[in-house]
Design a protein around this ligand. Structure first.
Ligand SMILES: *Cc1c(COP(=O)(O)O)cnc(C)c1O
Length: 417
């Protein structure tokens, strides 16, 4: 009797006043080595904070980054969103053409397209891999389609072989958003090396985390030169050589110095996230959570370990996330379906009003239904950077506790008892 009561007491969710599995939350934080700190101090001491006035860090970061991917060119910029913006423009996609993007993409994919005067067309997800569905991609191609942007969300690679075939067959430009997929493989090849260009975010908790930052890679010399110019006020080589309207998306020398050090630990960061994510998956196999299918020869980069709660618990997804957070472990609800973002569904940005009615995209509730089901059930379990085995063992304990509670309470019927 005593023991039974103890179990009930112990298992009471922290959300409802129980004891949390961990005393306090440990947040994922970029790992900055002593060497990296010294390098940054050296840049600060020298006072050369910008490439424009003689800094060498940005150029060095770009060439080391391109080499890591086996690409010819890299252009470092101020954010992932900026990298997307200049990538779309530098690809010279015709204005007002349609660009296919998956429904689970990050919001920047959209805003950057609209800034480049391109029409986002929302593609559904595959129910097994939860990545962009090539079949739906095919269905949504029209005479105005110019490009496919593969967005490897959470680090799960899109099916690049098929997307490349579709792009080839329909004469479309294939681009990649690798904001969350540093080092993820598709068919043993790094994501970011399939498209004509790929954009990366280097912000806060990405695999390479500089606080803020972005970078674009490509083998296309002209695209690289155009992107570089656009990111630097539309300038060419000369002092007042203003070639076209550009932006001020420069990366600073401090960011680049940090980036060079983070790049050196990218392989180990990736290996650690993959090892921990695999372990967590094994440990929570009996909790009712499910994980995306990763085909043989491909790997997930685990920006987050994304998982689905079972269909009957879909109405409680946010409460489950709140409960996990209350246990002091890192977990977030997944990004919304792009068409659940009001400003896009209602086509509020000015650009939409410049379109003739027949060119307005369709953003009705019937677009991308598989994604809608997946995204309302998806959670993102924090796996890094800076989190270790001990941290993840708390995560496992919290998931077991919280899922056991919710399954017992709402399991088969999905209704409160
Ligand atoms: C983080 C992210 C971005 C935006 O990058 P910022 O550096 O925050 O501008 C774009 N796309 C994806 C997939 C991302 O994860």
């Amino acid at each position: 009797m005593q023991g039974g009561l103890f179990v009930i007491e112990r298992e009471k969710l922290a959300l409802y006043g129980g004891q949390p599995v961990r005393d306090c939350r440990k947040d994922a934080r970029p790992v900055i080595s002593q060497e990296a700190k010294e390098e940054v101090m050296a840049v600060l001491s020298k006072g050369t904070l910008a490439q424009f006035y003689g800094g060498t860090q940005v150029r060095a970061f770009e060439s080391e980054y391109a080499a890591w991917f086996g690409r010819s060119y890299a252009v470092a910029v101020s954010s992932g969103t900026a990298a997307l913006h200049v990538m779309y423009l530098a690809a010279r996609l015709p204005e007002r053409s349609e660009v296919l993007i998956p429904a689970n993409a990050y919001v920047s994919v959209l805003s950057a397209l609209l800034q480049a005067h391109l029409i986002p067309v929302i593609v559904d997800l595959d129910p097994q891999s939860w990545a962009m569905d090539p079949e739906d991609c095919r269905r949504k191609i029209t005479s105005r389609t110019s490009a496919i942007v593969a967005v490897h969300m959470y680090g799960q690679p899109c099916p690049m072989t098929e997307l490349a075939q579709i792009a080839e067959a329909h004469d479309l430009t294939l681009l990649e958003d690798c904001g969350q997929s540093h080092g993820a493989l598709w068919a043993r090849r790094k994501t970011g090396t399939f498209g004509r260009a790929a954009a990366f975010s280097l912000c806060c908790r990405k695999h390479i985390a500089l606080g803020e930052g972005g970078i674009l890679i490509t083998d296309d010399e002209e695209l690289a030169a155009t992107a570089r110019s656009l990111a630097h006020k539309g300038k060419g080589e000369g002092w007042f050589d203003y070639r076209e309207m550009g932006f001020s998306y420069n990366m600073t020398e401090v960011q680049a110095a940090l980036g060079r050090h983070q790049l050196r630990r990218l392989d180990s960061e990736l290996e650690r996230r993959q090892r921990l994510a695999r372990w967590v998956q094994e440990q929570v196999a009996e909790t009712g959570l499910s994980f995306p299918l990763v085909p043989a020869g491909s790997t997930h980069a685990y920006f987050k370990l994304n998982a689905l709660v079972p269909p009957e618990l879909a109405p409680y997804r946010n409460e489950i996330v709140d409960a996990l957070q209350a246990e002091n472990v890192g977990c977030d609800p997944s990004h919304p379906h792009l068409l659940d973002i009001d400003w896009i569904r209602e086509q509020r940005p000015y650009f939409f009003r410049t379109l003739p009615p027949e060119e307005r995209p369709s953003y009705g509730p019937e677009i991308a239904p598989v994604a809608r089901d997946l995204l309302r059930r998806q959670i993102g379990i924090e796996v890094g950077p800076g989190l270790d085995e001990e941290d993840l063992s708390y995560t496992v304990a919290a998931i077991r506790k919280v899922m056991a509670y919710f399954r017992a309470a709402y399991g088969a019927t999905g209704r409160k008892p």
